[in-house]
Design a protein around this ligand. Structure first.
Ligand code: AHR
Length: 335
């Protein structure tokens, strides 16, 4: 995985890839977006994870709009949360000789072979949103995305405030709804949360149950219903995204409990539906993960195409929100 603490800059040797722009072909079967740029449009192949959450839809819209705005030809594909689909899409972009490939990897491992193929064809690869684990860091140029480990830490820190506000005393039994197994945000959010828990709450907090809900509402609902069967006395839910939190709220209500009161809830993302649930008192705090990565991504893609040096990890700026901020913040939420 990209060492997320490593701020080395990467010299981007892509002069040869720039030459490939002239051979880039349009793929009629792909969703292609053309803007009002010059005659030689930059061709970007983008492989999206899927459409599993509100965050993902906002991210897809942001990428498409920003590519249009930048005047690039965007070849876009949705992998439906399947790594094999992403690998096929990337291979197709390599065959087509796109200028730059960008993708948000569904899981962290298993990318070396296809990334080596891109490197052999001198097509630079930019990661966005999620990182990968690779034996050779030169297989991608940069990551444009959030610090998920820090989001996990922030979730634990904001939970301290939530517990204090709720007047909760004594042991805290925590249920964790994890994101997609093997995905960077699932691994790193769990890691960051545990880091704070082990350091500051070894005696009073305990994760009593933890399972993946695959970042979906349906997954969150189903897994939370099972959690409540096996552990009816859960105090807190930490959900790795809003959608799973919203699914879990339905399960909590179906079990005759009050989300946000009987079970305190902290989620990650900050999509509109999350803010609505928070303004209704059903989520206690949200750690923001900003999906509007399109403009930054397009800027980086242009630099990479031009052979400029870019930072190894371009981090997203984010905030945290407590329930009492939800109503005021809701009208200005952009996603
Ligand atoms: O990689 C970002 C995560 O993926 C978001 O937190 C989640 O909602 C999405 O599915």
């Amino acid at each position: 995985m990209l060492n997320r603490r490593n701020f080395l800059t990467a010299a981007v040797g892509v002069a040869a890839a720039t030459g490939l722009a002239a051979c880039a072909k349009e793929d009629d079967s792909s969703s292609s977006t053309s803007g009002s740029g010059g005659s030689k449009k930059l061709v970007l192949g983008f492989s999206q994870v899927g459409s599993e959450s509100g965050w993902r839809s906002a991210n897809t819209d942001s990428v498409k709009e920003a590519a249009k705005e930048a005047g690039y030809t965007l070849k876009f594909s949705d992998a439906q949360q399947k790594q094999e689909n992403q690998i096929s899409a990337i291979r197709s972009y390599i065959t087509q000789g796109v200028d730059v490939i960008a993708f948000s990897p569904v899981v962290v491992t298993g990318w070396d072979a296809v990334l080596k193929e891109a490197k052999a064809k001198k097509i630079p690869v930019v990661l966005t949103d999620r990182s990968v684990e690779t034996s050779d860091e030169s297989l991608f140029v940069t990551l444009v995305g959030s610090d998920f480990t820090d989001e996990g830490r922030r979730a634990a820190k904001i939970l301290e405030k939530v517990l204090e506000k709720a007047g909760h005393k004594g042991p805290v039994k925590i249920a964790q709804l994890e994101g997609t197994t093997g995905a960077a945000p699932a691994i790193e959010r769990a890691k960051g949360f545990k880091e704070v828990m082990d350091a500051d709450h070894a005696d009073d907090w305990k994760i009593v149950v933890s399972q993946t809900g695959d970042f979906t509402r349906a997954g969150g609902k189903q897994v939370m219903a099972a959690f409540l069967q096996s552990n009816p006395d859960i105090d807190v839910l930490f959900a790795h995204n809003d959608d799973m939190g919203i699914g879990a709220i339905q399960a909590i209500e179906a079990a005759g409990k009050k989300p946000g009161k009987d079970i305190l809830i902290v989620t990650v993302d900050g999509v509109k539906d999350g803010f609505i649930a928070m303004s209704e008192g059903k989520i206690n705090a949200i750690v923001e993960c900003n999906p509007l990565l399109g403009p930054q991504l397009m800027e980086v893609v242009q630099k990479v195409k031009d052979g400029e040096t870019v930072e190894r990890w371009i981090k997203t700026k984010e905030s945290d929100f407590m329930q009492d901020q939800a109503k005021a913040a809701l009208p200005t939420r952009k996603y």
